[in-house]
Design a protein around this ligand. Structure first.
Ligand code: SAM
Ligand code: DTB
Ligand code: SF4
Length: 332
């Protein structure tokens, strides 16, 4: 007789006693038979969310290129020859105009990104005005500006910022292979400042950077063991950028990618797990598996920050084929 209750044959999601995740426990889930892993992930997903609703976010690069950091994956680092033209911080009015278009096209969250190590004091007035302006449109606001100190985080909170994106990107072990201009601990410090300021945390990472499976698992263990689970967990599949050190990184296999999504869903049951960068390189079938595994947020729009993203038509068709509907703002 087969045991049809997959949950009996594999470790359960986080114990109700709130115990910390260990690498061993997470690894056992990650390595479980694929059907068992997906069954558990979908079960956890249904306990916490409508399985046919996906949250829609939209990105805008408010300051592109020329970044002093040397992140090995990034088109915007001044350390790499990617041919990207650097630009100054965008005018506030233009940001509001772009956000209005995104709202009218159905996005409920607007995420503004800057290629900075950290915002300078002189930048804060403009950034605060952008948050206030986008918030006034009735959208959720998100920013990703690099490292923040506690005072800057408090200023953004005061302006009405809902989310701050700051990815840990990979495991602590692998971090220095990818970035040398800051440390994993720097990332955690900013996440703590954001949390203390009362802003919701958006933090995830990138897979397909030549890391081992254990690095992906360890990254999720770090996120799931933060004082609170990040409310939003973006899982990016590396978009290889010519001229960066990771231009020729070995791509992650689709099934391995889906395992990461499923594990994130199980380990952080109430978080929005975002199927983030890299969707242009995914089939509809792979994205469908990711949604089944518990992904429930995507970026829409032809461009992410600098790289391509599937356009409006492709999303509409995919959602129609899968019977997925955009998540309304008040149910998130
Ligand atoms: N400069 C800020 C920072 O590093 O936090 C904000 C912008 S940065 C571009 C935001 C995130 O985008 C990175 O942490 C990384 O996870 C993701 N990202 C950047 N380049 C990528 C690429 N080529 N493929 C996939 N994800 C990428
Ligand atoms: C996140 O985790 N992914 C987004 C957002 N947060 C800021 C950025 C993806 C960037 C992809 C590469 C590019 O557009 O340059
Ligand atoms: Fe700069 Fe962010 Fe790109 Fe790193 S990921 S180089 S910090 S823009």
């Amino acid at each position: 007789m087969h045991d049809t209750n997959a949950t009996k044959t594999m470790p359960r999601a986080q114990c109700d006693d709130g115990a910390m995740w260990t690498l061993e426990k997470a690894r056992a889930l990650h390595d479980a038979p694929f059907n068992n892993l997906l069954f558990l992930a979908q079960t956890v997903h249904r306990q916490n969310f409508d399985p046919n609703k996906v949250q829609i976010s939209r990105l805008l690069s408010i300051k592109t290129g020329g970044c002093p950091e040397d992140c090995g994956y990034c088109s915007q680092s001044a350390h790499h020859e990617t041919g990207l033209k650097a630009s100054k911080l965008m005018e506030v009015d233009r940001v509001i105009a772009e956000a209005t278009k995104a709202r009218d096209a159905g996005a409920t969250r607007y995420c503004m990104g800057a290629a900075w190590r950290n915002p300078k004091t002189r930048d804060m007035d403009a950034v605060v005005a952008m948050v206030e302006g986008v918030k006034a449109l009735g959208m959720e606001t998100c920013m990703t500006l690099g490292m923040l100190d506690l005072e800057q985080a408090a200023q953004l909170k005061q302006a009405g910022l809902d989310y701050y994106n700051h990815n840990i990107d990979t495991s602590e072990r692998y971090y220095s292979e990818i970035i040398s201009t800051r440390t994993f601990a720097d990332r955690l410090d900013t996440l703590e400042h954001v949390r203390q300021a009362g802003i919701k945390v958006c933090s995830g990472g990138i897979v397909g950077m030549g890391e081992q499976p254990v690095d992906r698992i360890d990254m999720l263990v770090t996120l799931a063991n933060l004082p609170e689970h990040p409310q939003s967990v973006p899982i990016n599949m590396l978009i290889p950028i010519a001229g960066t050190p990771l231009a020729d990184a070995r791509p992650i296999e689709p099934i391995e990618f889906v395992r990461v999504i499923a594990l994130a869903r199980i380990m952080m049951p109430k978080s929005h797990v975002r199927l983030s960068a890299g969707r242009t390189a995914m089939t509809d079938e792979m994205q469908a598996l990711c949604f089944f595994a518990g992904a429930n947020s995507i970026f829409v729009g032809d461009t992410l920050l600098t790289a391509d993203n599937p356009g409006e038509d492709k999303n509409t068709l995919l959602f129609r084929r899968l019977g997925i509907e955009p998540m309304e703002l008040d149910t998130q």
